[in-house]
Design a protein around this ligand. Sequence first.
Ligand code: ADP
Length: 329
Amino acid sequence: MNRPAITALPTTTPPLLDVRNLVKHYPTRTFWRDSPPVKAVDGVSFSLAEGETLGLVGESGCGKSTAAKTLLRLIEPTSGEIFFAGTDIAKLSPHSFRPYRREMQIVFQDPYASLNPRMRARDIVAEPLRNFGWDNRHGGERVADLFHRVGLNPDALRKYPHEFSGGQRQRLGIARALALNPKLIVCDEPVSALDVSIQAQVINLLEDLQADLGLSYIFVAHDLAVVRHISHRVAVMYLGRIVEIGTAGAIYGDPKHPYTRALLSAVPKIGTNRRSERILLKGDLPSPANPPSGCTFRTRCQQARPECAERSPQLTDNGAQHLVSCHFA
Ligand code: ADP
């Protein structure tokens, strides 16, 4: 990861992805009574341009993964709109959604868990092609080309997932995601399980593929250094909502939300071992089934004032598309 950080893309119209007020609540029931739902995603809105990477960061449990999977309808949204190339795919029937499915793919954190251990690598990559009607000859050529693109040797075609190293397995997962020539890839913690040196190789591969193929990425990760490196823009999530979103330069260089500042204070400054003064978050993440009133971050915020308990702050533009939801940012 020795390349310079990338700069924000100019906004394109219309965006590839335009997400409006996306909600995913999980109902919870015990034998005795209904409990409040888990508000895993609670009103998330953002857009993504073609060829752009949006990093999604936040502590574990803040709703990143649920939001990312809901975009692809691997998890059905409770409400909200997901415009993909101008069509609201959130409400399409499974049949009408199928053509969009090939345009939107996912790479998981743990390729070992997501790849069928009993299938050879070539069949893992060929499976989506077969599902969409490719014949064996063209499919075989496409698979060989994909292996080459992601840096896997032809002798890997016959191997099973357990015969690959962690980094190679992630390359295999990327090859499968690329098979149908998608426009969008959701990367859900794709390098979190890899050694640091391998992480850099996989990140560089994703960047090269983006440059060659014009892909858009939603990049979910808890490692803020990795997200900074690969993202044009970054969204910070807390308890199911985006609390700050802006260019990577704005988020890392001039964070406005107290939560973003606290997260960043734990990251060493690029090129040094220095951190800014560490801001400790009070207590644990509250339950998304019972979030605090008003500003949901207030119970852990060092700047909280009494009015924060009364009004929920809106995500508002502080200029240059840097949006923050804090009454006192
Ligand atoms: P992150 O990716 O930021 O770690 P997740 O999206 O995995 O967060 O989870 C957000 C919240 O939703 C967590 O409190 C988690 O326990 C809850 N959650 C996730 N999946 C389910 C589910 N199937 N049923 C109930 N709650 C869930």
